[in-house]
Design a protein around this ligand. Structure first.
Ligand code: AMP
Length: 175
């Protein structure tokens, strides 16, 4: 089975016109989850990753397992107001309004090699903000890993234009 077979599509969620790519069915299946983590591990095993930065919340599920397999530490990139120690933050635009994510300032040291992980790239705003946080802490983002890329929304193109090596396990057309 390929990765796409484990992903469920829910039309009109959370609002009309959106095709929601539901990864809970992949996480739920031991073979599907292992396939995803194995494919990521193979792609990044030789990149000397010191930390995996997972974006809340689905990036945590992938990031923890992947950090273990890569022999790396895990860093949570969280929505504003959740991290207890000193943080830096980045805001980005959503379709309606904006969002802010944060990371602990002491979670990385300059020159650290970081792999940023999220479940899906749509407009790329979330991923780009996370990469910018890594850059602000003077870390090197070796790649941006995601299970799904929605290339028609332009996010992966935007990330690549910003110099980020995007690695997605599958793509879906449209939004
Ligand atoms: P973006 O910042 O636009 O790239 O949006 C990324 C985040 O929104 C991802 O972490 C997803 O969790 C979520 N998301 C956006 N569009 C979808 C979609 N069609 N299906 C599932 N999740 C989505």
């Amino acid at each position: 089975m390929s990765i796409t077979n484990y992903i469920r599509t829910i039309p009109d969620f959370p609002e009309e016109g959106i095709l929601f790519r539901d990864l809970t069915t992949l996480f739920n299946d031991s073979d599907g989850f292992a396939l995803a983590i194995d494919q990521f591990t193979e792609a990044f095993a030789d990149l000397q990753v010191a930390h995996v930065a997972g974006i809340e919340a689905r990036g945590f599920i992938l990031g923890g397992a992947l950090a273990y397999r890569l022999g790396a530490g895990f860093i949570p990139v969280r929505k504003k107001g959740k991290l207890p120690a000193e943080t830096i933050e980045r805001s980005y635009d959503l379709e309606y309004g904006s969002a802010t994510i944060e990371v602990h300032t002491d979670s990385l040291t300059a020159g650290d090699r970081v792999l940023v992980v999220d479940d899906l790239i749509a407009t790329g705003g979330t991923a780009l903000a996370a990469v910018e946080l890594m850059t602000q802490l003077e870390a090197t983002t070796v790649a941006l890993a995601a299970i799904v890329d929605l290339p028609d929304l332009g996010g992966s193109g935007r990330l690549r234009s910003a110099g980020v090596d995007v690695h997605a396990l599958c793509t879906f057309p449209g939004h």
